[in-house]
Design a protein around this ligand. Structure first.
Ligand code: PEP
Length: 252
C-alpha cells in the first residue's frame, strides 16, 4: 500500500453544462487543496476546456469519459485519444459499465481503447466488474480476472505504470447498493493478483485499483481501509463539491 498513492476520481457522466462545471470546480478546488491523494474529475467532452481552465493551478486533474481507438477517420461522433492529449487532458475512463451496457463496448474494444489512450500519453482508468447474475453464480473472480487480462492484452510493463483499474460491480453503480468492504477488497485483490500473474508482483504492487459503486462520504472510510482498495471512482457523489471532498478527505 505504501507504494501507491490513492486516487479519487469523479465521473460526472452526462451531467453539468459548462456553467455548472465551472461552479462545481471552483467550489471543489479549495476543499481538496493539498489532498494527500490524487484528485481527478472526469467530465463530458464539452466541459473539458472549461474544466482544464478552471483547474489550472489547483490540485484537481482532468479526465474524459471515453476515447476512440483510431487516431482519426470516419468515426462520426467519436473523439480520439490524441485529440484529448492535445488539449492537455491527462486521464480517460474506459469500459465503464454504462458504455458496455448502452453503447456496445466489449472487452476487446476496451483493450483497443486502452492501447490507444496509452499510446497518446493518456492515463486510462479501465473499468471492470460483474453483473449481479455473475455474482450469484459464483463467477465474479473468474470474470473480473478475464476482463482485466483482455483489457491489458499487449499493454507493456512500462505502459502499465500509467494504468488505473477500477473495480465497479455493475449492480452497485448508481443503485445505492454498495459492495461490502470485504467484497470490494476481495475483488480488488483478484485484480492485483491477475496483474501480478501477467507483469510480476512488483508491478502489481504499484498498480492503483479503485472501487466504484455508490461510494459516498458515509462508506468511503470502510471501503478505503481495505488494503487492496486504493481509491474510488465516484459517480453520483462527485456531483456535489462537499460530498466529493469528504471522500477525498477519507482517502488522504
Ligand atoms: C460510476 O459511475 O462509475 C459510479 C461508480 O457511479 P455511482 O457512484 O453513482 O454508483
Amino acid at each position: 500500500r505504501d507504494l501507491r498513492t490513492p486516487v479519487i476520481a469523479g465521473n460526472w457522466k452526462m451531467n453539468n453544462d459548462r456553467t455548472a462545471a465551472k461552479a462545481l470546480l471552483s467550489d471543489l478546488a479549495p476543499l481538496v487543496k493539498d489532498a494527500a491523494c490524487t484528485v481527478i474529475t472526469c467530465v463530458p467532452f464539452t466541459d473539458l476546456e472549461t474544466a482544464l481552465a478552471a483547474t489550472a493551478g489547483t490540485d484537481i486533474k482532468v479526465g474524459a469519459q471515453n476515447c476512440h481507438f483510431e487516431k482519426s477517420g470516419a468515426y462520426t461522433g467519436e473523439v480520439s485519444a490524441d485529440m484529448l492529449a492535445e488539449m492537455g487532458v491527462e486521464y480517460v475512463v474506459l469500459g465503464h459499465s454504462e458504455r458496455r451496457q448502452y453503447f456496445g463496448e466489449t472487452d476487446v474494444t476496451v483493450n483497443l481503447r486502452t492501447k490507444a489512450a496509452l499510446a497518446a500519453g493518456l492515463k486510462p482508468i479501465v473499468c471492470v466488474g460483474e453483473h449481479l447474475e455473475d455474482r450469484e453464480q459464483g463467477v465474479t473472480a473468474e470474470l473480473v480476472a478475464l476482463q482485466t487480462k483482455i483489457a491489458l492484452l499487449d499493454v507493456t510493463a512500462e505502459q502499465l505504470q500509467n494504468v488505473i483499474i477500477a473495480y465497479e460491480p455493475v449492480w452497485a453503480i448508481g443503485t445505492g447498493k454498495t459492495a461490502t468492504a470485504e467484497q470490494a477488497g476481495e475483488v480488488c485483490g483478484v485484480i492485483r493478483a491477475t496483474v501480478a500473474s501477467l507483469y510480476g508482483k512488483e508491478a502489481a504492487d504499484k498498480l492503483v485499483v479503485q472501487y466504484g459503486g455508490s461510494m459516498n462520504a458515509g462508506n468511503a472510510d470502510e471501503l478505503l481501509a481495505q488494503p487492496d482498495v486504493d481509491g474510488g471512482l465516484i459517480g453520483g457523489a462527485s456531483l456535489k463539491a462537499d460530498a466529493f471532498a469528504q471522500i477525498v478527505a477519507a482517502a488522504s
